[in-house]
Ligand binder design. Structure first.
Ligand code: SF4
Length: 452
């Protein structure tokens, strides 16, 4: 059971010194209970208490980091709920591609090249595949390590999953990874002790692969008893139905019953469930929607990867926090002192649509983005966060008056009723009603001229 803030407070030194960057112990305890602060941020807590609180407030699905320990690491797990609307999903499903020592060089090079090339930006977020699973297809240490080195060099930001049934081969390839810590795959009934030793010696997370869900539970239990904390689960399911059921059962058991052997991220292999690329993409999309920690694809193609990335972005966006861009004055197409000045809200979808249309118009422009806490234009206006007084305050502090000679401000067409009020708040400025739809901005801007 997770501890409450009050239970955590009882274990704190109650100095209220603020060294944890939070003014009081009570506020700090509440943040730890809500998962927004780490108990280790208080320098006065003993290791024993840290372990006690850390264990009790840990999410039911263990959080695991792959790759280096810096910010570039990929995090999986950390999930606390069954449905996104209950809270949010924490860490996006990792999407990976398979390469193997028994593939041709051309096939391997193509996959590495596409891993590096297929990157997309949407609402300010870089979307791309995350990991490369390297398979010891020949059961040969030399070729497995050589392929691992090739991937490490060729895909600098790929997180690595090493797949071999032979512990010694896995150890050799894992050593080549240095501080880009790989996920080891996999401990089975046949090799669990050797794999356990390799994972412990090299301090790497380890995948448990059972022949079915029950077998996976037994093996996971055994590795937990041996002291392993960072595990991932492959229940052996190789049909969409079995993988779906296992993912759901594992998540439910971990979240609702705190069942430790299933309290880890699952790894699914759509690449081993079909030879049809479209069916594989469909299977991957189901796994992303239903709890997979990692999915491995047979190849990366833009028409398959992009929809999966977009699905993932939608599912793992926090429904309680709108995506926002920073309040600022944005220069688009190199504006000058005679360029138009437009203003809108900081809901990121609005920003990217409006800025995209201005960019496409090729008209140099100043785009003022007012912080509306991520609300869209009309909602922000109705909520009193995009009123004339607030826009006027922002205009004054933005410094736009020093950047342009004219005094014309283009406001969204939906806010036409605000014109008079805004002119009162901004003496000297002429308020121009812009188009209602962003798609009409290019034609509008091409026609616009500052008043003489
Ligand atoms: S650093 Fe520790 S003692 Fe000081 S306020 Fe934070 S929780 Fe309390």
């Amino acid at each position: 059971m997770a501890l409450t803030g009050i239970q955590i407070l009882k274990m704190l030194p109650k100095k209220n010194c603020g060294e944890c960057s939070i003014p009081t112990c009570l506020a700090f305890a509440m943040k730890v209970a809500a998962g927004q602060a780490e108990i280790g941020e208080c320098p006065y807590v003993s290791d024993e208490i840290k372990e006690q609180i850390g264990e009790a407030s840990a999410p039911p699905i263990r959080t695991i980091k792959l790759g280096s320990s810096d910010e570039a690491a990929m995090t999986i797990g950390g999930e606390t709920c069954l449905y996104r609307h209950e809270k949010r999903f924490e860490n996006p499903t990792g999407i990976g591609v398979l390469v193997a020592t028994d593939m041709s060089d051309a096939d391997i090079d193509g996959r590495i090249e596409r891993f590096n090339k297929l990157r997309y930006e949407r609402v300010g977020v870089l979307m791309k595949a995350d990991c490369i699973a390297i398979k010891d297809g020949k059961n040969d240490s030399a070729s497995f390590t050589a392929l691992t080195e090739k991937v490490l060099k060729g895909a600098a930001d790929a997180k690595i999953i090493l797949m071999s049934d032979t512990a010694a081969n896995l150890a050799d390839a894992a050593r080549a990874c240095g501080d880009r810590k790989p996920l080891l795959y996999a401990a089975t009934n046949a090799n669990a002790d050797e794999m356990s030793k390799v994972a412990r010696d090299l301090d790497c997370p380890l995948t448990v692969r059972g022949v079915n869900l029950d077998d996976t539970v037994a093996l996971s239990d055994k590795l937990i008893a041996a002291g392993h904390k960072d595990l991932a689960l492959d229940t052996g399911a190789r049909t969409i139905r079995a993988a779906f059921e296992d993912n759901v059962v594992a998540r439910k058991a971990a979240v609702t019953r705190k069942f430790k052997p299933l309290g880890f991220s699952t790894i699914n292999f759509p690449c081993e469930m079909t030879d049809d690329p479209l069916l594989e993409a469909m299977i991957a999309s189901v796994m992303i929607a239903k709890y997979a920690g990692i999915v491995i694809l047979s190849d990366l193609q833009g028409d398959i990867l992009f929809p999966l990335l977009l699905e993932r972005l939608n599912i793992f966006t926090d429904p309680q926090r709108p995506m926002v861009v920073q309040e600022d004055v944005y220069n688009i197409n190199g504006p000058g002192e005679d360029s138009p000045v437009l203003i809108t809200c900081n809901f990121s979808l609005t920003y990217f649509i409006v800025s995209g249309e201005i960019e496409g118009s090729k008209v140099p422009s100043w785009l003022l983005i007012k912080d509306t806490e991520g609300l869209s234009v009309l909602t922000a206006w109705a909520a009193g966060k995009f009123g004339a007084d607030l826009i006027a305050q922002f205009m004054k502090k933005s410094g736009i008056e020093d950047k342009v000679k004219h005094r014309e401000l283009i406001i969204p067409g939906y806010l036409a009723s605000m014109k008079g009020e805004l002119e009162e708040e901004l003496p000297g400025w002429n308020i121009i009603i812009g188009p209602r739809e962003a798609g009409h901005l290019p034609a509008f801007l091409k026609e616009w001229k500052p008043a003489a």
